[in-house]
Design a protein around this ligand. Structure first.
Ligand SMILES: C[S@@+](CC[C@H](N)C(=O)[O-])C[C@H]1O[C@@H](n2cnc3c(N)ncnc32)[C@H](O)[C@@H]1O
Length: 267
């Protein structure tokens, strides 16, 4: 499709505005992911929320807990909504692909469903940059729709969109290739509350930036060697299935049918 005719993320989300928040407000998996992140953060952590949307629930939960949150979104309508709804956080209207990110400047980065209008190369490049923007031991939480699709035209809540994503395993490989170890993953199917919505698979990954020696919280990570991977797996002890085998991940099924796996960090 001619790039000039392609609906941009800003156009799509300017049109959706508060309808997006209403449609996704029932996502128990998103709330569970935020609750888990909150238990991992030191007080007054500095957090980047990529594609911050209306600011709810992500920036609001984090700011209410006393953290210093910067939300970045390419849609002016979303940024206006977020700034009004979440005065305790700071919001900036920018394309995250063009924003300069200082190395090791955040304790956590959230990326909830904001990659899907980027090409695969852009998603991969951005995840590498976001990984570098985290301090070692910092947290990256990323959620996506794990489908093996590239530039597929679709209608999302009445808006024409072009969607690009990865299947779950490939997406996890991109994340680990960015120097991050997956600690926890959650798979769910969610149907947005909107007359034109259809059930969507959702994948949530909670990751930690490896230390320079490839350790997480004093444990060795058995991160797979993906091209460009940072850290090392020499002398590694396995953390779990996604991190190279080892003890089985603890699996938990939630009341709403979502399922999560926690990589064991036992040494
Ligand atoms: C599906 S919404 C998710 C909003 C929010 N993260 C949530 O989960 O409630 C995706 C958001 O990412 C924003 N976005 C998409 N591409 C972006 C880009 N290149 N830079 C900044 N924001 C972007 C959109 O404008 C939109 O607000």
């Amino acid at each position: 499709m001619d790039d000039q005719l392609r609906p941009t993320a800003a156009t799509v989300f300017d049109a959706l505005g508060a309808d997006y928040e209403r449609a996704f407000a029932g996502s128990a998996a998103h709330r569970a992911s935020l609750q888990r992140l909150l238990t991992r953060l030191a007080p007054h952590s500095r957090i980047l929320d990529v594609g911050s949307g209306t600011g709810r629930p992500t920036a609001q939960s984090l700011a209410d807990a006393g953290h210093d949150v910067l939300g970045v979104d390419v849609s002016p309508v979303m940024v206006d909504l977020a700034a009004h709804q979440v005065p305790g956080a700071t919001f900036q209207c920018a394309d995250i692909r063009e924003l300069v990110l200082e190395d090791e400047s955040f304790d956590a980065v959230c990326v909830y469903f904001s990659l899907l209008q980027m090409s695969r190369a852009e998603q991969s490049r951005l995840l590498h940059r976001l990984g570098r923007s985290l301090r070692h031991g910092g947290h990256l939480v990323v959620a996506t729709v794990p489908l093996d699709v590239e530039d597929v035209g679709a209608v999302f809540m009445g808006q024409k969109v072009h969607v690009t994503s990865f299947g779950a395993d490939e997406f996890t490989s991109v994340v680990t290739g960015a120097g991050l170890a997956v600690e926890w993953e959650q798979n769910s199917v969610f149907t947005p509350s909107h007359p034109e919505a259809v059930p969507e698979p959702h994948l949530f990954l909670h990751c930690v930036r490896l230390s320079r020696t490839g350790m997480i919280d004093g444990c060795w990570s058995a991160q797979r060697r993906w091209p460009g991977a940072r850290g090392t797996d020499e002398g590694a002890r396995p953390l779990g299935r996604r991190n190279g085998g080892g003890p089985p991940a603890r699996r938990r099924t939630w009341a709403d049918g979502t399922m999560s796996s926690e990589a064991s960090t036992r040494t």
